[in-house]
Design a protein around this ligand. Sequence first.
Ligand code: ADP
Ligand code: MG
Length: 343
Amino acid sequence: MSLYLDIHKHFRGFKLDVRLDVGNDTLAILGASGSGKSLTLGCVSGIIKPDEGKIILNDKTIFDSKNNINLPPQQRHTGLMFQNYALFPNMTVRENLCISQKSNAAEIDDMLSKFGLERVKDLYPSQISGGQQQRTALARMLLSRPAILMLDEPFSALDSHLRFQMERELLDVFHNFDGTSILVSHNRDEAFRLCERLAIFNNGHIEVEGKKSEVFANPQTRTAAILTGCKNISRAERTGKGKFFATDWGIELQCNKLDDAVKFIGIRMHSITNEIHNENSFECRVAQVIENPFSFTVMLIPKNARENLRPIGWEIEKSLWHKVKNETVNVCLPPESLLLLRD
Ligand code: ADP
Ligand code: MG
């Protein structure tokens, strides 16, 4: 089970250029609004036609511009769930599940029971909760026996408590599905919990793709660092072997890695420590302390900074901050925690 695609499409003011090769995995797509995530899913499902390229789903070519292959959506058997679920408002929950016509009554009843929809099966979408609407959409998608699952920001209509519950249900769905699953998400934690691989979209193309743990550990680009939640990013200028001057923070940092294409340097807020090492330790002025439910975010300005344009955020556990809090603190940006980033 796999998806290969290499597609190109020009719009006025936007160019989509996406290459992707996923196996029997769950892939999360993270990207800013307008970066081409929905267009890409639309090309796979057949509702959008690329200008050029090729799409192969489970070894079957469903689109190939060179050979004039362009299967209509109903022959591609893709499961695509939209943000608003696209349920038929004039049909009951059960009737919505019947439309795929691939399942018999017993299978539909099974699915109703599996998703806890028996009690609401004769109600209309407007009469059921957001979670039940989403379960109906999931059940309908699975009953169509899709060759691939694609979910476009499935949680955006749900409140945070329900989101967590539906997320666990979706984890089961992915787990039990034998094939490629793609989840478009706005939330890096959700993407991390649900998926094995991660693709970072930027302005119509995939900038970074890989195992989620690797992308989080080494995002490679500024956009990927931001989308995986890195809050501290500075421009960087190479000053020596493995040494960079972080322009926005006014400090020089020693890194363990060498990379010529580095334009930015980043560090996650929780990677900063108050255990002092020889390298990258700085005395900092505390510019601001922000209280989170279970931690503090302490904004720091290095005392000997040549020029500081932006404070560095340090996330620290509450009990620890109470022990070390002061007007100035000593912190370390461990070399192994620094993210070297391309533009
Ligand atoms: P997202 O990553 O938020 O899902 P989309 O894939 O929906 O983004 O859209 C990507 C970009 O393509 C957007 O900037 C949008 O303006 C542009 N776009 C989408 N459809 C069309 C169209 N039919 N004509 C011109 N531009 C389009
Ligand atoms: Mg979208």
